[in-house]
Design a protein around this ligand. Structure first.
Ligand SMILES: [Zn+2]
Ligand SMILES: [Zn+2]
Length: 161
């Protein structure tokens, strides 16, 4: 569905650049791609795309909230939550083996917390919500079968009185 929406906005070449960007993001560890790297993907396209065109496309994708831009010295891009949920069928079909879903809400997650023992991944937001309702201060894997301690996760919960 989204694909139709995108197809009316973007040219086939632009769509295929966007697909390459998605691919880089999916295969990255943290769900991010350097903006400069995304722009330079244009040069490996067939037929080649002008760098100025890819710059323009990426600005457009950011403006329309397909991509999120993260500040800092080196700007980075990630897929927005909207993109992840709207393109989830496409992503699941194409990247079946490397897509992870949040253990709690079952929506695709690229970042978030991961368990050091099992395959569980959760969105930061879902994790916080989940543990807010648990009567404990130590965080463990939300999968009861695993229950591994997550000392790497700090929840920043409001203090109980
Ligand atoms: Zn979630
Ligand atoms: Zn686990």
């Amino acid at each position: 569905m989204v694909y139709f929406r995108m197809a009316s906005t973007f040219s086939p070449q632009e769509l295929s650049l966007f697909r390459s960007i998605i691919e880089e993001i999916v295969y990255s560890d943290d769900g991010l791609i350097q903006e400069t790297e995304a722009i330079s993907l244009a040069t490996s396209m067939e037929p080649r795309m002008k760098v100025s065109d890819s710059e323009e496309l990426i600005q457009h994708l950011i403006q329309d909230k397909w991509l999120l831009q993260h500040g800092g010295k080196e700007r980075q891009l990630s897929l927005s939550a909207v993109t992840a949920s709207e393109l989830s069928l496409y992503l699941e079909e194409v990247y079946e083996d490397c897509i992870s879903k949040c253990f709690l809400c079952k929506i695709i997650t690229f970042k978030g917390h991961r368990c050091t023992k099992c395959k569980v991944r959760v969105h930061r937001k879902c994790c916080r919500k989940f543990w807010m309702h648990q009567n404990t201060t130590s965080v463990t894997c939300p999968d009861p079968v695993c229950g591994e301690h997550w000392p790497h996760v700090e929840l920043d919960l409001p203090q109980k009185r």
